[in-house]
Design a protein around this ligand. Structure first.
Ligand SMILES: [Zn+2]
Length: 93
């Protein structure tokens, strides 16, 4: 129960910081600057928070494995936001 409660709190904190969709669809940027939408599940985002926001995963834009970090949607241009929305990785957490 304590773990579930802290995961929930982490998700709320992330949302307050402007990371839209944390715990669901989240816009991320890879090390090469590619933007795409991925599912950031609470359990993994909790681990990612502890590791400093990053996570290792496949980038569907550059078709490579890389480190990705969540980006604040508000800091993106309209074009970047649209591109990120249209590019989604596989529908698995
Ligand atoms: Zn990439």
């Amino acid at each position: 129960m304590a773990v579930a409660a802290s995961l929930f709190a982490m998700t709320l904190v992330a949302r307050k910081r402007g990371y839209e969709g944390m715990g669901g669809n989240t816009v991320v940027r890879c090390r090469s600057g590619h933007l795409f939408t991925t599912i950031w599940v609470p359990g993994i985002s909790f681990k990612a928070l502890r590791l400093g926001w990053w996570r290792f995963q496949y980038c569907p834009v550059g078709k490579h494995w890389t480190i990705v970090v969540p980006v604040k949607v508000a800091t993106l241009s309209d074009e970047e936001r649209e591109a990120a929305k249209e590019t989604r990785d596989i529908r698995l957490p």
